[in-house]
Ligand binder design. Structure first.
Ligand code: GH3
Ligand code: MG
Ligand code: MG
Length: 303
């Protein structure tokens, strides 16, 4: 058996093993822990649903057939709550067609009982590699936030979901005021640091379900799920005021820099029929509101 390469960050990888047979859960847990993964187990579907609520797992290894809540319900729940989680099905020999169906639903792989441990290890390593590549492809390197590409992808999905379930959805566009002047005063390197620090501060006002992305340059876009215009405006105001208080890395003399932001917000038009709003139109309306915030003197939130 080849050793796990150092770059797989095994200990920071959380795996949930779900099987109604306690013996299988225990065996998989012991084995995966020997390979230095962090492992949790759920003995059955209903316990799995509870554990999914508690934390996001990188990988869930999920039995297809369980008497209480079946693998299909658990899979749908995971994909709904945590779309980045990779789900590997466990299926009985002779029911591989089940596994194929589950992959159609969004599972990424399957293992067949009785489980061959060497095969399981290779599959887990492959999933982690894919995960790492995917993370890189959706992350903005400068800030660690999501990138423009991912924001577009998620916005389409969230617009679809919002319309389907008649839930409010808003988009917030954030632009740093007079950032050219900041760079001119403190230099481009300090400007980069300020952008990174700004991005880290977004966490304190947005929810975990909000999607925060760097749109490009000194502009950010946030998708606020389950949020109407009024609530988004309150969040925007809170962020705007919070940014005023942050001491950003400034000049060599230790004097800290300060920045302000302007924010434009638009709520999804719920029209379902022909002529319904496209993602770029929604972004466009947030951008127009941002323009008004700039016109109104900057350091403002406009809808
Ligand atoms: P305003 O938005 O208030 O109208 O003024 P502004 O000066 O922020 O806007 P403008 O679009 O004129 O200039 C954007 C500035 O942001 C210029 C550019 O150097 C800076 N900028 C964009 N991206 C980055 C980056 O990644 N790092 C740094 N340091 N600066 C950046
Ligand atoms: Mg700007
Ligand atoms: Mg700009």
């Amino acid at each position: 058996m080849t050793p796990v390469p150092a770059h797989t960050d095994t200990a920071s990888t959380t795996i949930l093993v779900v099987d109604d047979e306690r013996a299988i859960c225990d065996l998989m847990k012991d084995t995966l822990e020997k390979w230095e993964y962090s492992v949790r187990t759920a003995c059955g579907g209903s316990e799995a649903l509870r554990k999914i609520e508690e934390v996001k797992h990188d990988i869930v290894i999920l039995d297809v057939r369980m008497p209480d809540v079946g693998g299909e319900d658990v899979l749908r729940n995971i994909l709904e709550k945590s779309p980045e989680t990779q789900v590997m099905m466990i299926t009985g020999y002779g029911s591989i067609e089940d596994a194929v169906k589950f992959m159609g639903l969004g599972a990424v792989d399957y293992v067949v009982k009785p489980i061959i441990l060497d095969e399981l290890r290779l599959k887990v390593e492959r999933l982690l590699n894919e995960n790492r590549t995917r993370k890189l492809s959706i992350t903005d390197a400068k800030t660690g936030l999501f990138n423009h590409y991912y924001m577009n992808e998620r916005l389409e999905e969230e617009m679809f979901r919002a319309r389907r379930y008649s839930r409010p959805l808003t988009v917030m566009m954030i632009d740093v005021d007079k950032f050219k002047a900041y760079n001119d005063t403190y230099g481009h390197v300090m400007g980069d640091k300020a952008l990174k620090q700004l991005g880290q501060n977004f966490d304190s006002v947005f929810r975990e379900s909000d999607i925060i992305a760097r749109f490009g340059g000194e502009e950010f876009v946030v998708i606020l799920t389950e949020t109407d215009l009024m609530s988004a405006k309150l969040v925007g105001e809170r962020l705007r005021k919070h940014v005023e208080t942050i001491a950003f890395p400034g000049g060599e003399d230790g004097i800290s820099g300060h920045i302000t932001i302007s924010i434009g917000i638009a709520q999804l038009d719920m029209e379902q029929e022909a002529g319904k709003e496209e993602a770029n139109q929604l972004i466009g309306r947030a951008d127009q509101a941002l323009y008004r915030a700039k016109e109104a003197g900057r350091n403002k939130v406009e809808t």
